[in-house]
Design a protein around this ligand. Sequence first.
Ligand SMILES: Nc1ncnc2c1ncn2[C@@H]1O[C@H](COP(=O)(O)OP(=O)(O)OP(=O)(O)O)[C@@H](O)[C@H]1O
Ligand SMILES: [Mg+2]
Length: 341
Amino acid sequence: MSIEVRGITKRFGDFVALDDFNVLLPSGQLTALLGPSGGGKSTLLRIIAGLDRADAGSVSIEGVDATGLPAQKRDVGFVFQHYAVFKHLTVAKNVAFGLEIRAHGGLRPPWAAQRRADRARIDRRVAELLELVHLSQFADRLPSQLSGGQRQRMALARALAVEPKVLLLDEPFGALDAKVRKELREWLRRLHDEVHVTTVFVTHDQEEALEVADEIVVINDGRVEQIGTPDRLYDEPANDFVMGFLGDVTRVNGQLVRPHDIDISRVPLLAGAVEGTVARLLRVGFEVRATVLTDDGEEVLVQLTRTHARAVGLEEGVTVWLTPVTGAATVPALPSMRSAG
Ligand SMILES: Nc1ncnc2c1ncn2[C@@H]1O[C@H](COP(=O)(O)OP(=O)(O)OP(=O)(O)O)[C@@H](O)[C@H]1O
Ligand SMILES: [Mg+2]
């Protein structure tokens, strides 16, 4: 196991930010920490990085107990939620920064030959990294002359420069618009497939987690709600919170179900189907969203394609019967659903 978090508890005053938190993250895996704002994601990442101390518990990295180690001894690369760049240094110098510190502890070696050898090695490594993040042509620019997405890639190159054992990314694409985020997350996935560094990636965007991660840790109120592959979490959510956080949910017959997992028909074909009336039909692109008022006063959202809606003969005011499709993920609806993001 590459990162092992055992029994981590972190308090800020009376407030418990992490409550006896346990997780094992295998070597080389790309893990998403997914959860609502304030759930404890950044706190956990900072404790793994050694930037914060837990009140109880232990962290080990590659089998080494890191609990007492300072951040710079943990071999961890970090990209912050709101990270800082060196504004007066070029892109290449920003990426080289960690390498220069490591090469000679920030001191100038006394021998010119040594300085030249260090320089050549660092320049080679920086060139490789810039190529990896597709920024070779911007090496001599200042960070202010890059787009937001390019700056984030620079930050990643800087974190990767010292060949960390572990890469920790705290919402690295948080501030960017949806289209750039989507490009960067595909790029991150490909980068990870090339480099294979154990990576923990914080996000509160479920689509980002589902698309990028090998495994997702759903974290809420300082606790693990569920850990699993994207498919597992989506198809077999452990509870109403996970189900609601990973996608839209609606409620039929006391069960939570995804709106596209409901069979809707104008005749009572299936035993146990719930009768209702189509109150609203909303057409958005390829999909139709129907709001159905059931006889027992539930409002059910049903999602289907335009073609399907036409085949069923959906119109506002018609009577329909609803039932979750066979094999759909369902979770018993609790009397009061916990908030899901
Ligand atoms: N230094 C601090 N002092 C007091 N409380 C803190 C401190 N840092 C974090 N907290 C609290 O701990 C909880 C968890 O914070 P954390 O930053 O880990 O959340 P998060 O999951 O990263 O949220 P977001 O998605 O908004 O970044 C929050 O309620 C926060 O207010
Ligand atoms: Mg955070």
